[in-house]
Design a protein around this ligand. Structure first.
Ligand code: ADP
Ligand code: MG
Ligand code: MG
Length: 254
């Protein structure tokens, strides 16, 4: 079953073309990784999928579960099961983590035609999910991400993901700034959430994360396109060769 199908996708930021024809197909049960140099368009691609208003789609299509995703508002995309974990999670003073999670959780439930949960019932559910990211329940009472360490913020993102049970989870450089212990917790969290019915897109600059989250497919983004795809061995190859060889390849193609 195809979850996401991207064809010839082009997009601008501030009138500048950034995505220049992205093609990608993701099926249920698969984990895909996108690697690539800084500035190659990886974050732009994840933001276009989530529907971020600063990113203007100029061509191509994104089909999500058989429907045209580009017709849908960002909140509808989220409620229909697309989850984007951020590289720099927001801090929201005055909003408790628990309340924030409950609102997001109930929005998804409502969309699925399920009854919304009150704080009491919701707390029970969150407490089960805390184990996925080995988080202390005390975090639930604190303001969203305020004063959280880098690792705690990322774990909190995975906690949100665990609660929302996305169909397509996108992790954009979730590994940046994480020490090895936090990296393993985050990676284990993702591994626990992967099922035959959902899919993950893991965006990373470094191969290191892919030692813990094993992708079925690795893609290389270069200048707004996916220029090479392969299996997990491609990540190791890139680690050894660096990204510079892509410049030579690009010259040859011109
Ligand atoms: P990556 O995630 O691969 O590092 P990005 O998608 O963040 O790459 O960036 C691709 C290009 O788009 C870069 O040249 C970047 O400067 C530009 N870009 C991204 N977001 C914006 C923005 N909001 N405003 C202006 N330029 C942007
Ligand atoms: Mg799998
Ligand atoms: Mg990026």
């Amino acid at each position: 079953e195809v979850i996401l199908s991207v064809r010839n996708l082009t997009a601008n930021v501030d009138g500048t073309p950034i995505l220049k024809g992205v093609n990608l197909e993701i099926k249920a049960g698969e984990v895909h990784a996108i690697m690539g140099r800084n500035g190659s368009g990886k974050s732009t691609f994840s933001k276009v999928i989530s529907g971020h208003p600063d990113y203007e789609v100029t061509g191509g299509e994104i089909i999500y579960k058989g429907e045209n995703l580009l017709d849908k508002e960002p909140d509808e995309r989220a409620k229909s099961g697309i989850f984007l974990a951020f590289q720099y999670p927001l801090e929201i003073p005055g909003v408790s983590n628990l309340d924030f999670l409950r609102v997001a959780y109930n929005a998804r439930r409502k969309y699925l035609g399920l009854e919304e949960l009150d704080t009491f019932d919701f707390e029970e559910i969150v407490e089960e999910k805390l184990e996925v990211v080995q988080m202390n329940p005390a975090f639930l009472g604190r303001s969203l991400n305020e004063g959280f360490s880098g690792g705690e913020k990322k774990r909190n993102e995975i906690l949100q993901m665990a609660l929302l049970e996305p169909t397509l989870g996108i992790l954009d450089e979730i590994d940046s700034g994480l020490d090895i212990d936090a990296l393993k917790i985050v990676a284990n969290g993702v591994n626990q959430l992967a099922t035959p019915d959902n899919a993950f897109l893991v965006i990373t600059h470094y191969q290191r994360l892919l030692n813990y989250i094993t992708p079925d497919f690795v893609h290389v983004m270069y200048d707004g396109r996916i220029v090479t795809s392969g299996g997990k061995e491609l990540a190791h190859e890139l680690e050894n060769k660096g990204y510079d060889f892509l410049d030579e390849q690009a010259l040859v193609e011109v």
